[in-house]
Design a protein around this ligand. Structure first.
Ligand SMILES: C[S@@+](CC[C@H](N)C(=O)[O-])C[C@H]1O[C@@H](n2cnc3c(N)ncnc32)[C@H](O)[C@@H]1O
Length: 298
């Protein structure tokens, strides 16, 4: 951005942006944009900063620090959300649904599928590693005929239904998020109705498995990055999750925090191990793809 369009001197913004992105999972450009907006929204502070910068250390002023603090807070809460831009997700889901229901244009469908995978934080983190993910997945899982994906997010849009997953006749995707389920339902038009089924519901509802279409025992149950989230919120729901009937279960966590630049692998491993003990299952294999790790339980 041109210097004269910035609310305060670029060097001040840049110094704060570097400090923000040393701590949080954002680029310098993203931090710069957020700080520029924050100072533009505080025109009186920005005006005095422009007047006094160079003559005193304005970055130590209380009101300057307050603008930065509020900006850091909003970056932090933004990173904690599954969707960085929820309005855009709505639009993508809408278009995905319209394309799928009409005479779908394959290239546009593919663009939208990738955009939706990229819009959800969990599948976005996996995007550069999906080849590795499925390599390891099929090595562990074989050819599951029935799959239940619990807290699925947008992940079902990545499943290779026409490739190595062609033996999968039923993939049920469960989540409380209406956008994820609408995207899954739209994708089901492409995959083949009845083969991919989206079910919206909450894991805190004690009877959530009762309404699911599918077998009494699933070939494979996916719990990708969901157990650590649920463990913080609802222990009873975790206990019920541990009892979901599956021949095998793939349970994973993240090695990297969603917000700060720090490893959370040890913490997530502890949570997953406690969960595994609750299931009473044995670990049949270890899983790793990019920053995601986990266990195949039998
Ligand atoms: C960390 S994301 C993982 C998404 C997906 N499994 C993946 O790895 O790409 C957790 C998902 O679980 C869903 N979720 C969290 N709590 C839930 C609950 N109580 N009931 C149903 N879904 C829930 C969220 O909507 C979100 O899509």
């Amino acid at each position: 951005m041109r210097e004269e369009l910035l609310p305060i001197a670029e060097e001040l913004l840049r110094k704060e942006a570097e400090s923000v992105c040393a701590r949080y999972q954002v680029s310098v450009e993203e931090a710069l944009a957020a700080l520029t907006e924050a100072f533009a929204a505080a025109p009186e502070v920005a005006r005095r900063v422009r007047q006094r910068h160079g003559r005193e250390d304005v970055s130590r002023w209380r009101d300057f620090r307050e603008v930065v603090r509020r900006c850091r807070k909003s970056i932090y809460y933004g990173l904690r959300r599954y969707y960085a831009r929820s309005g855009e997700v709505e639009r993508l889901v809408e278009e995905f649904g319209q394309e799928a229901a009409g005479p779908a244009e394959p290239r546009r469908m593919e663009e939208l599928r990738l955009a939706l995978l990229g819009a959800h934080k969990s599948s976005c983190e996996r995007l550069p590693h999906y080849a590795e993910f499925y390599e390891r997945f099929f090595a562990l899982a074989g050819s599951p005929a029935t799959l239940l994906d619990v807290g699925c997010g947008m992940h079902p849009l990545s499943y290779p239904f026409t490739g190595r997953g062609s033996a999968t006749g039923l993939y049920v995707a469960f989540d409380r998020d209406p956008r994820a389920i609408r995207a899954v339902e739209a994708y089901a038009w492409v995959v083949g109705k009845g083969r991919l089924v989206g079910v919206r519901g909450g894991l805190s509802d004690a009877g959530w498995t009762q309404g699911l279409p599918g077998p009494a025992v699933w070939d494979m149950v996916l719990m990708l990055k969901v157990v650590p989230v649920l463990s913080r919120l609802d222990r009873a729901a975790v206990a019920r999750l541990a009892a979901v009937p599956g021949r095998s279960v793939l349970v994973t966590g993240s090695a990297q925090a969603m917000t700060r630049r720090q490893s959370i692998e040890a913490r997530e491993r502890t949570v997953l191990k406690a969960f595994i003990a609750q299931t009473g299952r044995r670990v049949a294999g270890e899983f790793r793809a990019g920053d995601e790790f986990g266990y195949l339980l039998a």
